[in-house]
Design a protein around this ligand. Structure first.
Ligand code: CLF
Ligand code: SF4
Length: 385
């Protein structure tokens, strides 16, 4: 059944979007092997349904970066997975572990710890892997997640696998060095700064190699792409096709945010970002049978809470130092909360299956009537497709 929403020319892209597929919903997950379902069912980014219930947090432990993107200003956080123009408090691995445990104890719905900056996590391997190593030993019920530009990825894959990191995001904006040279002025490779097409070619090769190596090891890969009108917008369909053929699990096309006050190259040059309509059209044309993520909120590199929610101010290091945390007791509480959520999701699924039968009957009857325009709303926070 097709719905037309009256009076809405520019669709607003938001959580629980009203058109097409929104990331991996539980319907899309139902055909997946149990092992993969277990990996995504409580990850708020990899499962569209999960983001209504489960939270994520980021720890900003990785200051350095090994490339330059035209949409990034180094004074701020990595814009590959963060909202540009935001600065995070840099943490040591020890502070990051303390913070993660404090958040886990206070927000039992927090299931995923991600490292997404403020620079590139894999350009800071000691700090990133020290944080992961300690958390996998001290807080084993938390899933670990990382987001990278991919340049150092092939060298890091074994280490990622060793720490049970099941979710890796690679930002891939192009598969053609000609396009890449308009996005990346240089990459830092083998102790040299390599500019233009040559640098972009190295980055693309490393990203593709890293993607293949992760897929070979059964690690789920999400690909982020920043949509830059006039630079890579048309090209991103090819990117989606290529990464899907190599086994990426999810594709997240995000809009470029370029404001002059952020002082980025694109911001200063007046490069515009896409409209919501352009973004949705590109996401729709990439969709095919590739899972598209449409509920991304372009988080901060120190985000805490449900997607779109920021509870970071409750967990600054000075406040955490004053907290008395019993992580063992917290783990029991977390297990109870997760079981209750799983039960609620199960009854929601059962209700959905019931509704699908009603929809089908309606569809059959509707064949003999004239088409109608319909508006539908929800007060329950559910997704309307
Ligand atoms: Fe963080 Fe990214 Fe892991 Fe999620 S965010 S490292 S995959 S835990 Fe999620 Fe935030 Fe979008 Fe990223 S909504 S910016 S996609
Ligand atoms: Fe900035 Fe991230 Fe690009 Fe590095 S990878 S230049 S931190 S946006």
């Amino acid at each position: 059944m097709e719905l037309t929403v009256l009076g809405q020319e520019e669709p607003v892209v938001k959580s629980g979007c009203s058109a097409g597929s929104c990331g991996s919903t539980d319907d899309q997950l139902s055909h997946l092997p149990e092992e993969i379902r277990q990996k995504v069912h409580n990850h708020p980014c990899y499962s569209e349904d999960a983001h209504h219930y489960f939270a994520r947090m980021h720890v900003a432990v990785a200051p350095a970066c090994n490339i330059q993107c035209h949409y990034c200003n180094r004074k701020y956080d990595c814009a590959n997975e963060s909202r540009p123009g935001v600065v995070s408090e840099l943490l040591t691995p020890d502070q990051a572990v303390k913070k993660t445990k404090a958040v886990a104890a206070n927000i039992p719905q927090m299931t995923v710890l991600g490292i997404a900056g403020p620079g590139d996590p894999l350009a800071n391997p000691e700090r990133t892997f020290e944080t992961f190593r300690r958390l996998s030993a001290e807080a084993p019920d938390i899933k670990l997640c990382v987001s990278t530009n991919g340049l150092a990825l092939p060298d890091s894959v074994d280490e990622l696998a060793k720490h049970n990191i099941d979710h890796v995001t690679i930002t891939i904006n192009c598969v053609d060095p000609e396009v890449g040279a308009r996005i990346y002025p240089w990459v830092f490779w083998q102790n040299r700064r390599i500019k233009g097409k040559k640098g972009a070619k190295i980055l693309i090769e490393q990203q593709q190699k890293g993607l293949e190596m992760l897929v070979e090891r059964g690690i789920l890969v999400k690909v982020n792409s920043v949509m830059i009108p006039g630079i890579n917008d048309e090209h991103l369909k090819e990117v989606s096709r290529v990464v899907k053929s190599k086994g990426a699990f999810l594709h997240n096309v995000m809009p470029l945010i370029a404001e002059a006050e952020h002082g980025t190259f694109y911001g200063v040059m007046g490069q515009r970002g896409p409209t919501a309509k352009e973004l949705q059209a590109l996401q729709d044309s990439c969709a095919g049978d590739m899972n598209m993520m449409r509920h991304c909120r372009q988080c901060r590199a120190d985000a805490v809470g449900l997607l779109g929610e920021d509870r970071g101010a409750e967990f600054t290091m000075d406040k955490i130092e004053l907290m008395d945390i019993d992580y063992e007791a917290a783990m029991e509480k977390r297990a109870r909360v997760h079981a209750a959520i799983a039960q609620e999701l199960e009854s929601k699924q059962a209700a959905k299956r019931q509704n699908q039968i009603v929809t089908l009957k309606f569809g059959e009857q509707a064949k003999s009537y004239r088409p109608v325009l319909m508006a539908i709303a929800t007060t329950g926070g559910g997704v309307i497709n």
